[in-house]
Design a protein around this ligand. Sequence first.
Ligand code: 5RP
Length: 230
Amino acid sequence: MSLTQDELKAKVGRAAVAYVEPGTVVGVGTGSTAAHFIAGLAAMSEPVAGAVSSSEESTRLLREAGIPVLDANEVERLDVYVDGADEVDPRGYLLKGGGGALTREKITAALADTFVCVVDSSKEVDVLGDFGLPVEVVPMAAGAITRRFAAGLLGTAGEARLRRGEDGEPYVTDNGQHILDVHGLAIADPLAFEDEVNSWPGVVTVGVFAHQKATVALVGDASGVRTITY
Ligand code: 5RP
């Protein structure tokens, strides 16, 4: 019997707990796969000391699970950060931000020595971009950034659309900013792409995680959990 996507997410989310030492502070991502990881943390027989959270939503789940949440400024570094992704390429470069938490995710990932990325196999791609690239922007820069993506960079171009909530209003991030989802890109050189988009005025965070790529991916598929080390 084949597993559902959520069952695969649960498998990898739970498997990531093996990378966490009891008594340490762990970095926690955002999304449905990260939520399974939080459930796994809550079930540890010897608990973690606490977590640095990448979103208001994960903070809520951590607190519900009785796990202390620390401000990122209270830690110098983390051993491990665990998070999902919207796409992972063969080099461990990631596209993230489907849940809108990309800025705090990148900040938390950058504090960690090891980034354990937890995905079901539908997230594996040869080239990043098909999902639609989330870019958190300062609202007054959205028009200029939209035109830059349309004009193209590094051999690719895309159509940026302002993300909206269910009420039709612009989606507002935990940091009070907006998100552009850029469609039609094929990101051949994630490091150069991330550097270029980061240099545009008004970009808060681009959802390409090349400098903060995965150290290891746990990929769930019909045969179980595959571990890929980059
Ligand atoms: C949130 C993210 C998530 O990690 C990404 O969207 C994957 O989510 P899910 O585990 O629910 O498929 O980047 O900003």
